[in-house]
Design a protein around this ligand. Sequence first.
Ligand SMILES: Cc1cc2nc3c(=O)[nH]c(=O)nc-3n(C[C@H](O)[C@H](O)[C@H](O)COP(=O)(O)OP(=O)(O)OC[C@H]3O[C@@H](n4cnc5c(N)ncnc54)[C@H](O)[C@@H]3O)c2cc1C
Length: 488
Amino acid sequence: MVDALNSPDHGQHVAIIGGGASGTLAAAELLRSAAVRGLPLRVSLIDRHGRHGLGLAYSTSSDAHLLNAMAGQMSALPDDREHLIRWANAAGRSHLPAGTPDVTATTFLPRRAYGRYLLDTLADAERQAAPAARLLRLTGDAVAIHRNHSGTAIRVVLTDGTTLDAHSVVLASGNMTAGLPFDAPSTGTVITDPWQPGALSRLRHGTGPCSVVIVGTGLTMLDLAVTITAANPEATVCAISRHGLLPRTHPGTLPQRDQPIWLPAITRTNAPVRLTDLMWQVRAAIAASPANWHDVMSALRPMVPGLWRCLPLTDKRLFLRHLARYWEVHRHLVPPPTASRITALRRTGQLTVHRGRVLHAAPAAGHLRVCLDTGQDLTQLPADWLVNAAGPAADITRAATPLLRSLFASGTARPDPLRLGIDATTSGAILDATGTPSDALFTLGPPLRGLWYETTAIPEIRDQAAALARLIISTRPARQYHRPGSAA
Ligand SMILES: Cc1cc2nc3c(=O)[nH]c(=O)nc-3n(C[C@H](O)[C@H](O)[C@H](O)COP(=O)(O)OP(=O)(O)OC[C@H]3O[C@@H](n4cnc5c(N)ncnc54)[C@H](O)[C@@H]3O)c2cc1C
């Protein structure tokens, strides 16, 4: 038991599971809210890999891994959109590559620098809230959450047996990575999650001719191709996905705010939106100004969560089956410098992109042989490395971690109807197996994919973090914890 945390002098105790961008922004917003109100507060930020402040996306050490959104869109503070730009031109300068010109709203910063920004933002919030409010960073894997014996708190159990009693728990566990969707040998040359600590350095290590097969053709694949070929110019990368589509290139300009999109489907706020109507209206908006399709997508994006909630379940399934991949390649854009590098790699043949389905991978004379079904024939691709970059799991119950398995098995949480994430209310309160919202267990960011669909990028996460912090801070002090034995 972490006793030091359980002193009543420190007011409410919030445990956040996951130290990535979602957990960090939630912690910063809680501390900021506590500072404004002068409230005592304890926040425990628990991360499995000790990547507090960074998580999966921002723990990269490569300056070639750029944000796919511009600095003007990536402030961590919802009420101060220039915050990141000011940081990057002052305290953050030392974290930018030498020779970086002044950062403006249209700069694509390295993700590594953005990680430093998140760390600094959290440290600032910590300073503002001290000494009444405190932040503790814990490294450990949370495996269970349940009410404590007296029913006065939620108990978080870590793998090493440490327990923490908290008044509220925020699940900020990020996306669930899918395993490889085919049989592959469990050798060190098969990387099932390239963002795991140490995975990229293993890939970067070799010299001489070397072939890397990457399953997936999204932004992660592009980052990997750039990293692998920069570390070893003799390496070749072969990227495979069922559709073979690459993300489109970012225009490098801010959206034209004076040209808002108008879609009839959007104005009918209470009526169900049908996917076919919506698609027709979006296509018509793009057809009216094809060169500005980026602006249509940018204008549409903030509306996606609302539209998603209005779509019937059958239409959501249709979207996931037939349209999601097209949405993704137009929505998650490649920063122009990365796009130029990728064009060059494709021109020299160092990167090839294939459409097809990998059937299996097997060892072959010290290497790997990857069997690809292209739809026309079966091809055997020789590979020294096989890397999974297929993105988040399509079914959370298949990828569930010990913590999620325990939450689902105990009925404390349930998957959303599409199994994209965890079922929750619009304020992030987790629904139990009967559909009752918890008053103490919350989530934000990627686990809310089923609810909002667009919920994985910083603009959505920062707004959710601010709203969640307000909810937890404003409602919790009035509560009593006297429900022995009740579920979280
Ligand atoms: C490569 C990449 C690039 C991206 N680029 C951008 C971008 O440019 N702009 C943008 O807006 N968005 C970008 N994103 C979206 C990105 O997902 C979010 O910005 C953000 O990183 C999500 O943060 P998260 O904290 O929810 O998840 P994660 O970063 O995955 O963090 C979750 C953390 O929780 C920990 N954890 C999970 N379960 C447990 C447990 N049981 N116990 C303890 N710890 C646990 C994990 O170890 C992990 O550190 C990018 C994503 C990726 C993958």
